[in-house]
Design a protein around this ligand. Sequence first.
Ligand code: NAD
Length: 273
Amino acid sequence: TDVPRIQLNDGNSIPQLGFGVFKVDPAETERIVSEALEVGYRHIDTARIYGNEEGVGRAIAASGIPRDELYITTKLWNDDQGKAQDAFDASLERLGLDHVDLYLVHWPAPERGTYVQAWKSLEEIPSSGRTRSIGVSNFLVPHLEKLLAETDVVPAVDQIELHPAHQQPETTALARANGIAIEAWGPLGQGKYPLFELPEVTGPAAAHGKSPAQVVIRWHLQNGTIVFPKSSSRERMAENFDVFDFELSDSEVAALSALEREGRVGGHPDEVN
Ligand code: NAD
């Protein structure tokens, strides 16, 4: 499967569909990521705080897939914001890689007052070749505005909670106006609200002979959003990757977009410190 790529503002590009490993048990990560690579995923999204960078790295090494065919993201945890260079080195070491493709400030953690400092440290990494791109995660309008005003490099991406019930229109508009690509975390709403039972989802699923999860992933893709749904089951990994043989109509996309109800399922970025 040829996964479409999204062009980033720094000249690099990213596979639009990947595999996320939040809450994937570190002891099982090597097996699960190996299965994801067998299914066809080439973009893996991890983070220091997930505790499973080693398993991701072992699966990559065992796969024999050429490094330049893979796209690997990891993230700076909040309590490392004051020592981003060291934290980045430690993540690379755990992954067993000489570079990642994307390194993100995981949360603004505004109470710490260190995200601008952290970003200035990240700005220095790409010239060393140890990450191709840098970006942020969970940055809402005030955090993005502060970064844009006080630093030199515009983030390549902002990875935010985004699904039909929580679409974050203000943040996505500001990001897109500044050339920042949007990555959706919790693209399936983390299974926390009955998304897959709503007629706006089940209707197109029946019409196209696809599953509810495939319809929601397709909605993200047609909106230009980068997604990496998580599943520990090989069957669902394959299901979530099998989304390039159908297209939602404009009215199906619009009906899904009308499900917005500020339904945040994760933490608020001002409160995760
Ligand atoms: P998700 O929306 O991908 O939901 C995952 C859950 O949905 C699974 O555990 C399973 O219960 C269900 N599911 C998956 N495939 C399914 C299918 N085909 N049919 C039915 N149910 C299915 O949530 P997520 O894992 O939180 O988000 C995806 C990735 O985003 C994470 O793995 C991680 O990489 C990233 N993430 C980032 C942040 C951040 O702060 N930057 C926070 C959370 C997640």
